[in-house]
Design a protein around this ligand. Structure first.
Ligand SMILES: [Zn+2]
Length: 246
């Protein structure tokens, strides 16, 4: 494990407001997996983590169990947990749910715009997209955040709060970061991404329901292809690593 902010001892005064110890440990460990402090070959051992964070075993156990349920790690009998590589099936299933949610959101957003509601959403989407395109040396993390903000804003433009909650619950931002971890290929996809985001905005401005729906489907279909390619590349790298250690 590399030392980083995320892997420092737990410090109550420095953590997020309203977070329990287990919440803070969970957040830090997920980020450590997503942003590379933990290598995919690292084991997560309860006692080691308790020593490192200087907390008791209880919040560590709770955080790890939650991460296992979310699919980031899996238990190995008597040896703690290991980090999982997202499976193509898991990713494809999540993307299918995501397309349904975002298309519904896009259609509802057009209806809201036609009624003269949520007019600010289009301006927000344009602003986020401008930032995505203008940021020099965009970091992986910033790209993940801005892209997630774009999609969250689109979903919220529907005005349907339940849709927003469900969308938040499928944790697309985490999955996106997880899939792309350690790969730089997302950079080569920025041009298509910005054209596709542009098409979504344009269709919203035109209040064109079928164009919005199609633009979302095209964008997410292309982004699923990219995600599956990233997973393939990682599986190949992992196999080569295992081979080299034999
Ligand atoms: Zn996007």
């Amino acid at each position: 494990m590399q030392p980083s902010e995320r892997m420092r001892p737990y410090d109550e005064s420095a953590e997020g407001a309203g977070e329990t110890v287990a919440d803070a440990i969970h957040r830090r460990l997920v980020e450590a997996i997503l942003y590379g402090d933990l290598a995919s070959t690292d084991r997560l051992i309860l006692q080691e983590l308790a020593d490192r964070f200087q907390v008791s075993l209880t919040p560590i156990r709770e955080a790890l169990q939650r991460m296992a349920t979310e699919g980031f790690i899996e238990a190995i009998p008597r040896r703690g947990y290991r980090i999982r590589v997202p499976s193509p099936r898991h990713v494809a299933e999540l993307w299918q749910v995501r397309v349904g949610l975002e298309q519904t959101a896009g259609e509802l957003a057009v209806a809201a715009l036609v009624r003269g509601e949520n007019l600010d959403a289009v301006r927000q989407l344009e602003e986020i997209q401008r930032e995505l395109e203008s940021a020099a040396n965009l970091s992986h993390r910033r790209h993940i955040e801005l892209n997630a903000l774009f999609h969250q804003t689109l979903v919220e433009a529907s005005g349907n709060r339940l849709l927003g909650t469900i969308y938040h619950g499928i944790q697309m931002q985490l999955l996106g970061a997880w899939v792309q971890r350690g790969s730089d290929d997302w950079r080569s996809r920025l041009a298509s991404e910005s054209a596709e985001h542009g098409a979504i905005i344009k269709a919203l401005v035109a209040r064109d329901v079928s164009a919005v729906s199609l633009a979302i489907r095209i964008h997410l279909g292309r982004s699923l292809d990219g995600a599956l390619r990233d997973i393939d590349a990682r599986a190949a790298a992992r196999a080569a690593q295992t081979q080299a250690r034999k």
